[in-house]
Design a protein around this ligand. Sequence first.
Ligand SMILES: *[C@@H]1O[C@H](CO)[C@@H](O)[C@H](O)[C@H]1NC(C)=O
Ligand SMILES: *[C@@H]1O[C@H](CO)[C@@H](O)[C@H](O)[C@H]1NC(C)=O
Ligand SMILES: *[C@@H]1O[C@H](CO)[C@@H](O)[C@H](O)[C@H]1NC(C)=O
Ligand SMILES: *[C@@H]1O[C@H](CO)[C@@H](O)[C@H](O)[C@H]1NC(C)=O
Ligand SMILES: *[C@@H]1O[C@H](CO)[C@@H](O)[C@H](O)[C@H]1NC(C)=O
Ligand SMILES: *[C@@H]1O[C@H](CO)[C@@H](O)[C@H](O)[C@H]1NC(C)=O
Ligand SMILES: *[C@@H]1O[C@H](CO)[C@@H](O)[C@H](O)[C@H]1NC(C)=O
Ligand SMILES: *[C@@H]1O[C@H](CO)[C@@H](O)[C@H](O)[C@H]1NC(C)=O
Length: 339
Amino acid sequence: MSDKETEIFLVSTKIWMIVVVTLKNADGVQNAYFRDILNIPANATWVKDGVTGAGGNGKGNAINQLSNPYGLFVDDDQAVIIVDWGNHRVIQWKKNDTNGHVIAGGKGVGNGLHQLHSPTDVLIDKETDSLIICDSNNKRVVRWPRRNDTTQGEIVINNISCWGLAMNNHTYLYVADNNKHEVRKYQLGDTNGTLVTGGNDRGNGTNQLYKPTYIYVDQQQNVYVSDRDNHRVMKWVKGAKEGIVVAGGQGSGNALTQLSLPLGLFADIVGTIYVADSSNHRAMCWTQGAKQGSVIVGGNSSGAAANQFNGSGAVNFDQHGNLYVVDFSNFRVQRFPLE
Ligand SMILES: *[C@@H]1O[C@H](CO)[C@@H](O)[C@H](O)[C@H]1NC(C)=O
Ligand SMILES: *[C@@H]1O[C@H](CO)[C@@H](O)[C@H](O)[C@H]1NC(C)=O
Ligand SMILES: *[C@@H]1O[C@H](CO)[C@@H](O)[C@H](O)[C@H]1NC(C)=O
Ligand SMILES: *[C@@H]1O[C@H](CO)[C@@H](O)[C@H](O)[C@H]1NC(C)=O
Ligand SMILES: *[C@@H]1O[C@H](CO)[C@@H](O)[C@H](O)[C@H]1NC(C)=O
Ligand SMILES: *[C@@H]1O[C@H](CO)[C@@H](O)[C@H](O)[C@H]1NC(C)=O
Ligand SMILES: *[C@@H]1O[C@H](CO)[C@@H](O)[C@H](O)[C@H]1NC(C)=O
Ligand SMILES: *[C@@H]1O[C@H](CO)[C@@H](O)[C@H](O)[C@H]1NC(C)=O
């Protein structure tokens, strides 16, 4: 059994809190998924000019470059771990570093265990200190130990058109399948999984998905899905047969009621959703029950200025509430400090 420790940090003069619930197992190994439980106040704002935290040196495969980055994970020490799709690798950038450090793949395109092929998402399983990667074009989910002498991964799930990954704790790995238009959850060693959402062919019904990409699972095991080609975000309350549209769902467009090809997403403790609205080059937040969202960064047409994106991909936060957005066609990751 686990004991719970709740630490409350008061950050800055604004009265806002990040509640970090650290769960420890019997061995004292930290289970840090719940680090993601940020209680971001409704009136929080972020500096509109992003600071480049990784890449930003044009498209390429040097260690200071990225080539269409997609998924993103922010570690405890503000290191960003990026799925570098076009370079078939996962690269880690410590804060202030000018170069990244390849931590998986980067050995050319292929299906060897030392290779990746167009990976789309990554997360860290703290309990086993490993990276879990959606190795998209190899149709598999792989695990790479995080040790610096690691040269290859192992296959966790095979024959799956995975795109997005999520884990609420070590018990379940959730995988979005953008060919079967469904999300399944898997226990360790389980290769078939259990259907969570979708799986009713593609479509825009409330029990359907159309090209699900990124997913997020909260503490109550509610599942949020970026339902990309339906231009909406769906929420599946644990055990529900149908989902609820919680953002978009009004066709593709750039009104505040709409999304256009949503990608990465994150839900905070009160159910506010932060989503990368990729074709609108913006990140939005949608409070629970809202009929429209608000633009938190970007939304100023496509471009390479500090307040712009050219395709906003994944979004994530560090423990201090700073926002990170993958800017895929500018080959960079932007960090937006909390104001
Ligand atoms: C990064 O740089 C900032 C400003 O120069 C400094 O305050 C901070 O401590 C640095 N962080 C790390 C992790 O080196
Ligand atoms: C790998 O990690 C070990 C233990 O943390 C460290 O001593 C060693 O310097 C590292 N090697 C490289 C090449 O980073
Ligand atoms: C892989 O999955 C597809 C689609 O579900 C299925 O048709 C095929 O039989 C599977 N192949 C193997 C080798 O399991
Ligand atoms: C992880 O999730 C499972 C399934 O909901 C739950 O039974 C278990 O208590 C959770 N573990 C922790 C450490 O929260
Ligand atoms: C997984 O699915 C296959 C095909 O439906 C079935 O034969 C097999 O028994 C299942 N395995 C488990 C562990 O449920
Ligand atoms: C859902 O799909 C139906 C049938 O294709 C279409 O008529 C309808 O406009 C779609 N609804 C939305 C909100 O896109
Ligand atoms: C959009 O970007 C341009 C050029 O960087 C800038 O002049 C303008 O103020 C920006 N508009 C908004 C709403 O951020
Ligand atoms: C955005 O990226 C596309 C390639 O994906 C490129 O063709 C286009 O010129 C870029 N637009 C701007 C404004 O940088």
